[in-house]
Design a binder for this molecule. Structure first.
Ligand code: PAF
Length: 284
């Protein structure tokens, strides 16, 4: 595996592969890799000839009061995981490499970035779409891989790629979960033992919402109530938002006709967890 730190070397690598007609897959990450990332790398290995993983804790997607300094950094074990999974290139730039002095450009996906996560983390998606645009321009991957856990991010990235004709196919892989349903996340390692025991409540509540839909409930308000009610049973969890929305536009639904995505964010102490569940009525 080749470790690349400079944008010039990364785009030279990509240019050489493009000349040879090699199918490139890219997985953007912020590191602290876990089994969810491993599943994405495996999906990339299956469908692409060469796989690049970027590992960059992107300061632009953290607000001033957020956990940038606490975000886990474990380059050594991340490199070992990538090497073990047959990754071809690990791109680990510094912040100065990605945003050199004089950097002024931002990429914003307007409507989709305002709601839900965007309301609670105002600068977050601008940072995400800016860095993802840079990575896509440098690597020019044929396929780019994201996890469904960050559902809103994946919808935004699809929009971004289409609007700016970035030319990559966006593949969204299912969320990988612990045995008790907690979605894998780099932030889970900050949970105290009591918070860790409480954390599966978010997924349990989303599942209660899905059960209600599949049982015939069509009012989004009633489904949100069901989800809220389940979370309320866990005193350590504080809800930030719960939403029942259209999976493509992320607009809130009043009634569910065929499909909905249930989105949620909760805080357990200083740790913020998000999760989602896609429900199709034909599933019944
Ligand atoms: O999902 C993430 O880890 C980040 O938001 C991403 C896509 C790597 C951009 O920094």
């Amino acid at each position: 595996m080749r470790v690349i730190r400079s944008v010039q070397a990364l785009s030279a690598w990509s240019r050489a592969l493009h000349r040879e007609g090699v199918l490139i897959g890219l997985m953007p990450t912020m590191g602290a890799l876990h089994a969810g990332h491993r599943a994405l790398i495996r999906a990339a290995r299956l469908s692409c000839d060469a796989v690049a993983v970027s590992l960059f804790v992107n300061p632009r997607q953290f607000g001033p009061a957020e956990d940038l300094s606490r975000y886990p950094r474990q380059l050594r074990s991340d490199s070992a995981l990538c090497r073990g999974e047959g990754v071809d290139v690990l791109f680990t730039p510094s912040a100065a490499e990605m945003y050199p002095p004089g950097f002024q450009t931002s990429v914003v996906v307007r409507g989709l970035s305002r709601r839900w996560e965007g309301e609670h983390r105002p600068a977050h998606f601008e940072g995400v779409t800016t860095v993802v645009t840079k990575l896509l321009s440098l690597v020019r991957p044929h396929v780019v891989f994201f996890g469904q856990k960050d559902f809103q991010q994946s919808v935004l990235v699809r929009r971004l790629v289409e609007d700016l004709n970035l030319g990559a196919r966006v593949v969204v892989c299912p969320t990988v979960r612990e045995h008790d349903g907690l979605a894998l996340s780099s932030r889970n390692q900050h949970l105290t033992p009591a918070q860790r025991r409480a954390a599966p409540i978010l997924y349990a509540a989303l599942r209660a919402g899905r059960t209600a839909i599949l049982g015939g409930v069509r009012s989004a308000a009633r489904i949100r109530e069901t989800i809220h009610h389940t979370i309320a049973a866990e005193p350590l969890a504080r809800v930030e938002y719960l939403a029942v929305c259209d999976p493509e536009t992320l607009e809130p639904l009043r009634r569910i006709s065929d499909a909905a995505v249930l989105l949620g964010a909760v805080r357990l102490g200083r740790v913020r967890l998000i999760d989602n569940l896609l429900v199709r009525i034909a599933e019944r």
